[in-house]
Design a protein around this ligand. Structure first.
Ligand code: MTE
Ligand code: MO
Length: 199
C-alpha cells in the first residue's frame, strides 16, 4: 500500500526503537543557544574539575588533546522534540577527567564560558556515558554547537550537554542549573519524557 522507497524503509527499520516518545527524527543539526555564541580561542581555553571542598585540577587545550580520545557515535534528543541519529563525535571521557578525584559528592554542575549551567548526578557522567567533545563528524566542533568543546551526555535531553564547557563542579547537594531552575525537568530522561517539572 504505502510506497516507501527502499532507502527510507531501510532507515526506518534501522532506527526502530530508537526514537523516544514525542520526538521526530531530523537530519539537520539545529542550533539552540540561550544567548550569543562565544568565540573562544583554544590557547585560552581550559577545563577544570572542582571537588566539593574546592580542590581543583585543570587541563589546557594541549593537555586535553593528549588524553585518551574516544569516538562515540550516539543518538541525541532535544527537548524541542528533534532527535538526530548516529551523531559522530570525538572527545575525552568524563571517566578520564574524574579519575582519581577524591570525592563523596553525588552531583555536579557543568559550567560554561557563557554562564550557562546544568546539573547532573555524578553517576550519569561516569561509566562511559559522557564526554568533553571537541569534534563533530570529523571536524573541529563549530562555535555554534559549543566549540572548542562541549559536554556530551546523549542519554539525557540535549540541554544537559553544556556547550562551551569550562568545567564541572562536584556538589554534595543537587543544585538546579539554568534551565532546571526555569522549569525544565531536573533529570531529563527522554525515554520517560521528563521535559518539565510537572513531568
Ligand atoms: N553553554 C550553553 N550550553 C547549552 C545551551 C546554551 O544556551 N548554552 N543550550 C542547551 C540546549 S537547550 C540545547 S537543546 C543544546 C543545543 O545544542 P546545539 O545548538 O548544538 O543543537 O545545547 C545545550 N547546551
Ligand atoms: Mo534545548
Amino acid at each position: 500500500m504505502t510506497d516507501f522507497s527502499p532507502g527510507f524503509r531501510g532507515r526506518a527499520h534501522a532506527f526502530e526503537g530508537r526514537l523516544p516518545p514525542g520526538q521526530y527524527p531530523t537530519e539537520s543539526f539545529p542550533v539552540l543557544s540561550a544567548g550569543p555564541t562565544p568565540h573562544l580561542a583554544t590557547d585560552r581555553w581550559s577545563f577544570t574539575v572542582t571537588d566539593e571542598r574546592g580542590g581543583s585540577r585543570s587541563w589546557n587545550w594541549d593537555e586535553m588533546m593528549a588524553l585518551p580520545q574516544e569516538h562515540p557515535v550516539v543518538d541525541i534528543h532535544c527537548v524541542t522534540r528533534w532527535s538526530k541519529f548516529d551523531t559522530r563525535w570525538q572527545g575525552v571521557s568524563l571517566d578520564v577527567l574524574l579519575d582519581g578525584v577524591d570525592t563523596a559528592a553525588d552531583f555536579l554542575v557543568a559550567e560554561s564560558y557563557d554562564g550557562y549551567t546544568t546539573n547532573l548526578p555524578l553517576e550519569d557522567v561516569t561509566g562511559g556515558k559522557a564526554w568533553v567533545a571537541h569534534s563533530f563528524d570529523g571536524f573541529a566542533l563549530s562555535p555554534e554547537h559549543g566549540g572548542p568543546a562541549r559536554l556530551l551526555v546523549p542519554h539525557l535531553y540535549f540541554w544537559k550537554s553544556a556547550k562551551w564547557v569550562k568545567g564541572v563542579r562536584l556538589t554534595d547537594r543537587n543544585e538546579p542549573g539554568f534551565w532546571e531552575a526555569a522549569g525544565y525537568h531536573d533529570y531529563g530522561d527522554p525515554w520517560r519524557e521528563q521535559r518539565t517539572w510537572s513531568d
